[in-house]
Write a new protein. Structure first.
Length: 310
């Protein structure tokens, strides 16, 4: 939830936007230029679909003009960074589908129980989300994809599976966070503070409900499943994406109950950090997998980890 007075922390929203927007915009220019010289249909498809996506977001009033533009750039960046070979003119196999899934889930969850949310003062602005909110929720996924490409140009090769894992987990957490909050306000009853389990008013930073949490897990599972299919990863990676997203969901509530309530972080900073925590957790599990497999390949732990074939 957004606090009543965040004016003194507005710099954090601007910082998030400055971290995400310029980087993704430059990556789109560089990637788009490269694809135009190699396989033009890739560039035209990514830019065209992303432009339409941004226009739809703006026309549906799901976001401001700035938010729609930011979403379009993030969409193009994800599409260009997750192209699968052979391309075969298919935009289905890439980062667009899980991104669209996040948008549809968030849009639907926001509309559910809109009257009740207006009554308790937690409804989203009539103009929709702003650019900083979009960057805070979707920026990590775009940064993960474009950063991998930059490292590749520097001679540091990153496995496509790692990129897919980071992108899907970040998007799954973004969906889980939005859906859990929106659904919890309508069907969750009186929420409890995550850190103390005391009952608090709906919309309180750091408060959780059983219904909202369950809805968030379902949303993360949907995005992970669709993202896994679109990016061509196995079920084990999808499970890891769900786990990372759920951890990020609770980390979001933890930050809300502590640093946000104390006035140290605003909502955009919390969303960005919690979305970042999700792929970090998933990657740490991968490191643990690699370590355990190398040390205990013949033991029960190693056998179980080895069964998670990518």
């Amino acid at each position: 939830m957004i606090r009543k007075d965040e004016s003194r922390l507005e710099w954090q929203s601007k910082a998030v936007l400055l971290i995400v927007a310029p980087w993704t915009a430059v990556s789109v220019l560089l990637q788009g230029n490269w694809w135009f010289t190699q396989v033009p249909v890739v560039a035209w498809t990514a830019l065209g679909i992303s432009g339409v996506f941004g226009l739809v977001v703006w026309r549906l009033r799901a976001g401001t003009a700035g938010a729609a533009a930011t979403g379009a750039v993030i969409s193009a960046s994800l599409m260009l960074a997750t192209v699968r070979y052979p391309y075969e003119s298919s935009w289905l196999h890439g980062g667009l589908l899980p991104l669209l899934t996040v948008f549809l889930l968030a849009f639907a969850a926001t509309k559910i129980g809109a009257t009740k949310k207006e009554q308790i003062g937690t409804a989203e602005s009539k103009r929709g989300r702003n650019a900083a909110q979009v960057a805070a929720n979707l920026g990590v996924a775009a940064l993960a994809g474009s950063s991998a490409l930059v490292l590749g140009w520097m001679g540091i090769e990153i496995s496509p599976m790692i990129v897919a894992l980071a992108v899907i987990t970040a998007l799954a957490e973004a969906a889980a966070d939005t859906v859990s909050s929106e659904i919890g306000q309508v069907f969750g009853g009186q929420p409890r503070m995550l850190t103390t389990l005391r009952r608090v008013d709906p919309g309180t930073d750091g408060a959780v409900t059983l219904a909202g949490t369950a809805a968030g897990v379902v949303a993360a599972s949907i995005v992970s499943a669709i993202g896994g299919w679109a990016l061509g990863v196995g079920w084990s990676v999808c499970v890891l994406c769900i786990a990372g997203a759920v951890l990020g969901l609770f980390f979001d509530s933890l930050l809300g109950a502590t640093l946000e309530r104390k006035g140290w972080l605003n909502n955009d900073a919390v969303n960005f950090l919690s979305t970042l925590s999700a792929p970090v957790f998933a990657l740490l599990v991968l490191l643990a997998y690699s370590y355990a497999h190398s040390r205990h390949a013949s033991g029960p732990v190693g056998v179980w980890l080895y069964s998670l074939s990518w």
